[in-house]
Design a binder for this molecule. Structure first.
Ligand SMILES: [Zn+2]
Length: 75
């Protein structure tokens, strides 16, 4: 049994511009649901949706409320 390598990706907080590093969620890494991440900015504590951008190899953050609005539009 081998431990799965945990990769951390750069993420810039949409609310305050703070750059932090975050790992993919299980849904993002195992199910390739790139927008299935969430987290809290360690600087301003904003609750964020985290979307993995494969082309840029980084996480894009958006405010959770804005993310829900775009999700509703898509349905
Ligand atoms: Zn922030």
């Amino acid at each position: 049994m081998t431990d799965k390598q945990q990769d951390y990706y750069e993420c810039k907080c949409i609310a305050c511009g703070h750059v932090f590093h975050t790992a993919k969620s299980i849904l993002q890494s195992d199910f390739e649901m790139n927008d299935a991440g969430s987290g809290t900015c360690p600087n301003c504590k904003a609750f964020l949706n985290l979307t993995f951008i494969p082309e840029e190899n980084q996480m894009k953050s958006s405010l959770w409320d804005d993310y829900l609005k775009t999700k509703k539009k898509a349905i």
